[in-house]
Design a protein. Structure first.
Length: 77
């Protein structure tokens, strides 16, 4: 996350594109959950301006909850 400190300067102009890219990473079926876990564990170490952005990313990319022991699936899934 230290490497993302430059985000503060570019979020005004490239924020949507960067957030889309980060959402793709956080929802990666292979590594996404491990990255999410690292971010959640390290929230306290992030700069204060970055915490709301990361919390929002984690909330909007959270895996679907299982209901009654069955994974939720989209239409046709």
């Amino acid at each position: 996350m230290q490497a993302l400190g430059w985000l503060r300067d570019v979020m005004a102009t490239d924020g949507d594109r960067i957030l889309g890219w980060l959402k793709t990473i956080l929802t990666d079926p292979v590594q996404g959950q491990a990255i999410r876990n690292d971010l959640e564990a390290g929230l306290g170490a992030l700069p204060s301006w970055m915490v709301p952005m990361v919390k929002d990313l984690l909330a909007t990319t959270a895996p679907q909850k299982e209901q009654d022991g069955m994974p939720q699936r989209g239409i046709g899934g």
